[in-house]
Design a protein around this ligand. Structure first.
Ligand SMILES: N[C@@H](CCC(=O)N[C@@H](CS)C(=O)NCC(=O)O)C(=O)O
Length: 227
């Protein structure tokens, strides 16, 4: 049985991607939670990952003797080992574009990610409004999302970015959570996509898990003093 090491569901955006991908695609796995106490070298988190993850980060996928770390590598491994699940689009050109948008997420959107860390249980619309006012680079990241998603939804006709659910949607699911938490202004058709993503059974299951955690981690949300 595949094992997926993840962090706190409320906060760990990288963990969310492969978890949602497997759950939504119906790939069986067991989850191993490495709770975020801190990321210090002497933390429980690092101790639990020692000997498993060469980077000391989550997510990590363990398949027997094989360890696959880094979200993009995990997604590719799952797509190769489960070709019947069509985790990437079947059309070659669409697949290349889906890989492009997933890679863009993986290495981009630094301003949005830095300003609006994932925090599923929170509703931070006031914080979001201030960030929106003060951070042009963050607004530019959101505009890039709007442009990308609009084009793909129009081209493929929805409901997901490439028609049916794919790795691309799993990669942007944590961004959908951020747009909702911080109440960032997006057009109605983008808001509708965010809503559809949140309603996917695999995403809903992750959200339910995040809401059940009740594990406030101050170091993950320096802008809040408590809940
Ligand atoms: N590029 C990595 C990033 C993984 C990552 O940064 N994970 C965070 C949790 S969401 C982590 O484990 N941080 C621990 C640390 O920075 O020491 C991936 O795609 O998997």
């Amino acid at each position: 049985m595949l094992q997926l090491y993840i962090g706190n569901k409320n906060y760990s955006s990288w963990s969310m991607r492969p978890w949602v991908l497997m759950r939504q695609a119906g790939i069986p796995f067991t989850e191993v939670m490495a709770r975020f106490d801190s990321f210090a070298p002497d933390s429980q988190f690092k101790a639990q990952l020692a000997g498993v993850s060469p980077t000391g980060k989550v997510p990590v996928l363990v398949d027997g003797a094989l360890v696959v770390w880094d979200t993009l590598a995990i997604a590719e491994y799952l797509a190769e080992t489960h070709p019947d699940k069509n985790l990437w689009p079947q059309d070659k050109a669409a697949r290349a574009r889906a890989r492009s948008v997933a890679a863009e997420m993986h290495s981009g959107f630094a301003a949005l990610r830095g300003a609006c860390p994932m925090n599923i249980e929170a509703r931070l619309h006031d914080t979001g409004a201030l960030l929106w006012r003060d951070r042009p680079a963050m607004r530019a990241d959101v505009q890039r999302l709007i442009d990308m998603w609009s084009e793909l939804l129009q081209e493929h006709g929805g409901p997901m970015l490439f028609g049916r659910f794919s790795i691309a949607d799993a990669f942007y699911a944590p961004v959908c959570m951020r747009l909702a938490t911080y109440g960032l202004p997006v057009p109605a058709h983008i808001q509708a996509y965010v809503q559809r993503v949140q309603e996917l059974p695999g995403v809903k299951a992750w959200i339910d898990g995040a809401l059940a955690e009740n594990d406030f981690r101050a170091f993950e949300e320096p802008y809040r003093l408590g809940r």
